[in-house]
Design a binder for this molecule. Structure first.
Ligand code: FAD
Length: 435
């Protein structure tokens, strides 16, 4: 075995940042600006983590394999867009859902569900969302209950039988109707935004190493040493402190060994669950749906079919593009994950045919990444399981002034599960280190 290359020997670093996703990059930028020397270690051959944009020739929008939307108006994302000279493009268009072979406008069903939720109030003792639905929302119509369940599966990408009702009620009743309905996309995509952020890193202070997989972290107050493989060769690096931005599924899965073990985090790691998601971008020869049924769906933003393996599809509106994105979250995604791209794409097309009664155009290309099978993601984002209240905050807490934690799962300020949450958690952790 060749000796381990010591990445940090030619320059001593104040901080090691593990992971160059949104959280790691935001933290590295903040630390570099404050004069700290930083070594960022990233397993993949690219930055961005669960943000991954592909620019496809002839398509006016990027294909987003990971994050795509900005939900509401989170300050962390909007201020970054402003500095990058990019804009947030508001999603436009209405929704349609397929029922008994017909497409109907979606209407105000979610507003009705939120009203019922507010009336029911916060459950005193935590139960699963499924139990809450059966007990407290039993007066809702079966259709509205099916929508509520699909929303937990689709949006939170959670299993209603495991998801904390207290967390969901807090999330849904906290936001106002306008915020809940406003979705944007970064012009040029999340890939471009994070490339811009990486481009701002002060190269004299911040070093970024790609294809560098961390396997072991030995830590105590005043010293953190990591080991792993850099481009297939063993490496080690050391600093006084480290910021861990590993995704929840990676932390739970044990792919990185901490010595001593993170016993302070055990309960928190049990209280959160990785959200399974399958997202398939389908590129057609033309936007065929715009011509169907006398042009009724010309300006559609999304289509839903409650029972299909992929229950949601969205268009690129307000940009007109021959692109439909299929989305499955929660148990449906978990069941299909691992089946391989051809089968996943086949199921997405089958679901699409069920929406349009078979009237779909010619598929030219399809793009999918199975994030559950990805060893550096192990899921799309995270949700709070029954009894997991407070877990995000516990996960975020630093250990002995040596290990700091960031990443979407550690955001306890209302943006968990999102790029905004990852960005603001990185800034929060960096500021915590700076004292
Ligand atoms: C399909 C999908 C759709 C999504 N849609 C949206 C959306 O529309 N809007 C939204 O806001 N959010 C969305 N999200 C969530 C969003 O992408 C994440 O919340 C956010 O990108 C997480 O950033 P992060 O920095 O916390 O983690 P990551 O981006 O995962 O960064 C962690 C980094 O650590 C690296 N790493 C892992 N293991 C190791 C190791 N052993 N050694 C070194 N490095 C390692 C990873 O490669 C990665 O780069 C979506 C996610 C997915 C997967």
């Amino acid at each position: 075995m060749p000796p381990a290359r010591n990445i940090s020997q030619h320059g001593s670093f104040d901080v090691l940042v593990i992971g160059a996703g949104a959280a790691g990059l935001a933290a590295a930028a903040e630390l570099g600006r404050a004069g700290k020397s930083v070594l960022v270690l990233e397993a993949r051959d690219r930055i961005g983590g669960r943000c991954w944009s592909l620019d496809e020739p002839g398509l006016p929008v990027p294909v987003e394999l990971g994050a795509e939307f900005i939900h509401g108006r989170p300050a962390a994302t909007f201020s970054l867009l402003l500095r990058a000279g990019m804009v947030a493009v508001g999603r436009t268009g209405g929704g349609w859902y397929a029922e008994r072979g017909k497409l109907n406008p979606t209407g105000e069903i979610f507003t009705e569900i939120r009203k019922a939720l507010r009336r029911a109030g916060m459950p005193k003792k935590d139960v699963s969302f499924e139990a809450f639905l059966a007990r407290e929302l039993r007066h809702l119509s079966p259709k509205a209950r099916a929508f509520a369940r699909r929303r937990v599966e689709g949006y939170d990408a959670a299993d209603p039988a495991r998801a904390s009702a207290r967390a969901i009620v807090g999330e849904w009743s906290g936001e106002d109707d306008a915020t809940a309905a406003s979705h944007f996309r970064p012009s040029g995509g999340y890939g471009a935004l994070l490339e811009w952020l990486a481009g701002t890193l002060d190269r004299d202070r911040v070093r970024l190493e790609l294809q560098t997989v961390v396997r072991k972290v030995r830590w105590k107050r005043g010293s953190v040493e990591v080991e792993g493989a850099a481009s297939g060769r063993p490496f080690r690096a050391a600093a006084a402190r480290a910021l861990i931005t590993l995704p929840l599924g990676v932390l739970q899965g044990g792919g990185v060994r901490f010595t001593p073990a993170l016993k302070e985090k055990r309960r928190a790691l049990k209280g959160l669950a990785p959200s399974p998601v399958l997202k398939v971008a389908l590129r057609f020869r033309s936007p065929f749906w715009e011509k169907l049924d006398g042009g009724r769906y010309e300006d559609a933003a999304f289509f839903r079919s409650l029972e299909a393996p992929f229950p949601s599809f969205w268009t690129a509106m307000p940009v007109r593009a021959p692109l439909l994105t299929a989305w499955a979250g929660g148990p449906r995604a978990a069941r299909l994950s691992g089946a391989g791209a051809p089968e996943i794409i086949r199921r997405a097309m089958e679901s699409l045919k069920s929406v349009f009664g078979g009237r779909v155009g010619r598929l030219e290309a399809a793009f999918v990444h199975d994030w559950q099978q990805d060893p550096y993601a192990r899921g799309a984002y995270s949700y709070v399981a029954v009894g997991g209240e407070g877990a995000r905050k516990t996960l975020a807490a630093p250990l002995r002034d040596a290990l700091f934690f960031a990443g979407e799962a550690t955001d306890f300020e209302g943006e968990h599960g999102t790029v905004a949450g990852a960005l603001q958690s990185g800034i929060r952790a960096a500021r915590g280190m700076l004292g």
